[in-house]
Write a protein that binds this ligand. Structure first.
Ligand SMILES: [Zn+2]
Ligand SMILES: [Zn+2]
Length: 175
């Protein structure tokens, strides 16, 4: 096939969000049959896509999820009107074919290795480690304000702390 050379070169762009908002209605059933939920590449209508299961619906770091999945979909597969309706309020456009992974209990979504809906524990034990937690579960240290995961919280009589040290600071042990 010969392509006209005068066509403007369109930048490779991908839709990042729940595919159910942008895949044309009459193709949705086919899409669901073909896709996998594991973030592995699959072909749909000659284009490569990725989809990851979110384990639920709702807001995932600014991406609205209604079909329990987040996908990286070439914009050429998207219904232009649907795309307009959903971007940028509930989905995004990105320039690269990003990887999709689950983390935590499966409800944290990593796009290119970065959690879009997760935060990292700020306790001294976890600092620098790539473990992600759901923001909803995090606890603020009552002494220094650090955000710590439920697994790392030190419980005191009067509050919750990021470390023994912070607990000491607020609740000195009396001899
Ligand atoms: Zn920690
Ligand atoms: Zn602290």
């Amino acid at each position: 096939m010969i392509y006209p050379t005068t066509l403007p070169k369109i930048m490779a762009e991908y839709y990042l969000g729940d595919p159910c908002y942008v895949i044309p209605d009459n193709e949705w059933d086919d899409f669901c049959q073909i896709m996998n939920y594991e973030g592995n590449d699959f072909d749909f209508k000659g284009e490569t896509c990725r989809v990851i299961g979110t384990g639920g619906d709702g807001d995932f770091g600014g991406l609205s999820v209604d079909a329990g999945i987040i996908g990286v979909i070439p914009v050429s597969l998207c219904d232009p009107q649907k795309l307009k309706n959903i971007v940028p309020s509930d989905a995004r456009l990105i320039n690269n074919f990003a990887t999709l992974e689950n983390d935590g209990y499966g409800d944290i979504i990593l796009v290119d290795g970065e959690a879009i809906n997760g935060v990292q524990c700020e306790c001294s034990h976890c600092r620098g480690r790539e473990t992600w937690h759901s923001e909803d579960n995090m606890v603020d240290c009552d002494s220094c304000g650090a955000m710590v995961s439920p697994d790392c919280v030190e419980y005191g009589d009067e509050g919750e702390y990021c470390s023994d040290w912070c607990k000491e600071e607020r609740e000195p042990e009396e001899d």
